[in-house]
Ligand binder design. Structure first.
Ligand code: ATP
Ligand code: MG
Length: 399
């Protein structure tokens, strides 16, 4: 059995070999391939040093040169090519003090986190599996390479990574691995929040999130993570896969009295905006009790976001986040109302501030914005048609 992504990347390994270097596929792509899951990106590990990689290939980007990673651009695609390396001591539970470039594969895979991630494969699809990774995959087990206490002591992010793999694959945590996770969880407080969030995003989106979220709670992991540490996570149940931003919004909505700063999560501005929009939407959704309120609500938040929130109705109810009026707000009513909206945004209004100033014959002021908002809502609720002469008449009676 071959795979097109490996086939496309094969010439890179062949070229390294032609220069007398060893080169293998490794990490997530080999794991996913052995699990018959779709492969998304390919990591290559090689005995060539960063300098040597750069001499072998014409187009390279030194994205992580000091850790041994060079991106090779080949036929328009980028591939991460990393020098075999082993790691020096750790003393802050997160980063090795030094990395050493080594010349053999065994030393390289030995520093990797879990047995299923430590499998290498050559261009002939021959597998190099020094830590029984294939057997663990077969038995659906997440097990550290080597002593779990040492491995989590070195880098506590591996604990969160283990739980995100559990969420993605539904695997069991091997007993000693599980115990060591529990013993070392407090060390995640030394990690950069950005690294934790990368893993949490994959975790909340996993098909088996319920299981691993329960473990996060059992380990009291959130106590050691900025932002989340302010919340009482024991009150929250997560059964369905959802985007990280949706999860955060639900948590905020559930515990509205908590005053934590989203900025502490160090997510992008877009993600912060998304979280805030969802929190507002959820605040508002309970207020919708009539058809005309629904029209304004759909106009303000848009069908797409409302339907997305409604798709988690079970989760919202279980967590006592909303008490939506199901007869007024449901998939059908929202879709129906969205279809009938006379306009989708205020840019479509057939009247503007200048028109209103002329009619009112008053100096501009805060009243103008208010009037425009009133006209906008009158159009949405069907009180007046979005047609300039009609709108002018309507405004005349108000100002
Ligand atoms: P994904 O499919 O989500 O990319 P992945 O296993 O490829 O999963 P990456 O974060 O891309 O995860 O890391 C690539 C490989 O690097 C891993 O498979 C593992 O071998 C190694 N690795 C990554 N992070 C660590 C870590 N904190 N400690 C040890 N090894 C790690
Ligand atoms: Mg990867």
């Amino acid at each position: 059995m071959t795979n097109s992504l490996f086939e496309t990347a094969k010439p890179i390994l062949e070229k390294l070999q032609a220069h007398h270097f060893q080169a293998y596929f490794v990490g997530g792509s080999v794991r996913d391939y052995l699990m018959n899951r779709p492969i998304h990106d390919i990591d290559i590990t090689t005995s060539a040093t960063p300098d040597e990689i750069e001499t072998v290939f014409d187009k390279t980007i030194p994205i992580g040169r000091e850790h041994g990673t060079i991106n090779v651009i080949y036929k328009g695609e980028q591939y991460e090519v990393t020098t075999f390396r082993s790691e020096g001591d750790y003393d802050d539970h997160r980063r090795p003090n030094e990395v050493f470039f080594v010349r053999n594969l065994y030393d390289d895979v030995q520093r990797r986190d879990f047995t299923m991630n430590a499998i290498a494969m050559d261009i002939n699809y021959q597998i190099f599996d020094y830590f029984e990774g294939q057997q663990d995959i077969k038995h659906q087990l997440i097990r550290t390479v080597g002593n779990p206490d040492e491995r989590f002591d070195e880098d506590a992010l591996r604990i969160i990574r283990g739980l995100r793999f559990q969420s993605q694959f539904g695997f069991h945590l091997e007993e000693a691995t599980f115990t060591a996770m529990l013993n070392h969880i407090a060390d995640i407080k030394y990690l950069a929040i950005e690294r934790i969030v990368v893993e949490l995003k994959k975790l909340t989106n996993g098909d088996f999130v319920s299981k691993s979220f329960n473990n996060l709670k059992h380990f009291m992991a959130f106590k050691y993570i900025p932002f989340f540490k302010h919340y009482d996570i024991t009150k929250f149940t997560l059964r369905n896969a959802m985007p990280f931003t949706t999860f955060v919004a639900f948590l905020i909505s559930q515990q509205r009295e908590i005053d934590a700063n989203i900025a502490d999560l160090k997510v992008s501005n877009n993600e912060k905006k998304r979280i805030k929009t969802l929190v507002q939407l959820i605040d508002q959704i309970d207020e919708v009790q009539t058809k005309s309120q629904l029209k304004l609500f759909v106009y303000d938040y848009g069908k797409k976001d409302i339907l997305e929130v409604l798709s988690y109705l079970d989760e919202l109810k279980r967590n006592r986040i909303t008490s939506i009026s199901p007869l007024i707000v449901n998939d059908q009513t929202v879709t129906e109302v969205a279809k009938q909206l006379p306009m989708l945004s205020k840019s479509e209004m057939d009247i503007n501030g200048k028109d209103i100033l002329e009619i009112a014959n008053k100096k501009s002021g805060p009243w103008l914005k208010e009037t425009l908002r009133e006209v906008e809502y009158a159009i949405i609720s069907g009180e007046v048609v979005n047609f300039k002469p009609e709108l002018k008449k309507w405004v005349k009676t108000r100002v």
